[in-house]
Design a protein around this ligand. Structure first.
Ligand code: PNS
Length: 166
């Protein structure tokens, strides 16, 4: 799919992905159907004491999307809009699960628009079964011995178990 001027349509899907959930995967696959390419941009400095290091998050996401040639995994530091400009990307994709996401997402979208008016934020809704899934809850449930099966990709579940054992 290309736009009239022949340019490739690329979007960036930024986040901490600590860890990647099936809700994220759902949004990425929806994005991959709409855009020529979707770049998963992993935030380098996740300030909330990450469970997975940047290297682990990169490795996991690359593994999950290894069969999707139009899904790229990259990392970024600093302002998202600066990263997008450097990569010549003018669309930011974010997932909206529920009304509770809206205020935070609205603030970010409008701040990003103020910083870079030519960068547009596009929101996508995940499948209903993922509307309550968040990385934070996945970590909490897993740490307390609950099952996260079906909520995260298998490779994430495996890595969570390894972390728990070590
Ligand atoms: O997975 P998250 O924590 O919801 O993702 C938040 C993220 C990475 C999209 C946001 O924190 C971000 O863009 N950080 C980069 C710094 C930046 O550009 N801040 C201004 C955003 S308004």
């Amino acid at each position: 799919m290309t736009i009239e001027n022949g340019r490739t349509r690329i979007a960036v899907y930024p986040g901490s992905f600590d860890p990647l959930t099936n809700g994220h995967v759902d949004i990425i696959l929806r994005g991959a159907r709409i855009f020529d390419k979707i770049v998963l941009a992993l935030l380098v400095n996740v300030d909330k004491n990450p469970l997975f290091s940047l290297e682990e998050r990169v490795e996991i996401t690359r593994k999950v999307f290894q069969e999707y040639p139009n899904v790229e995994v990259d990392t970024f530091d600093g302002l998202l809009v600066d990263y997008a400009k450097r990569r010549d990307i003018s669309v930011i994709v974010r997932g909206l699960r529920a009304i509770s996401d809206f205020e935070y997402e609205l603030q970010m979208a409008l701040m990003n628009r103020r910083l870079s008016p030519e960068t547009e934020t596009v929101f996508m809704m995940p499948a209903e079964q993922y509307t309550y899934v968040s990385s934070r809850l996945v970590k909490e449930v897993f740490a307390l011995g609950g099952s996260v099966s079906g909520l995260v990709p298998e490779v994430v579940e495996k890595r969570l178990k390894q972390k728990h054992q070590s």
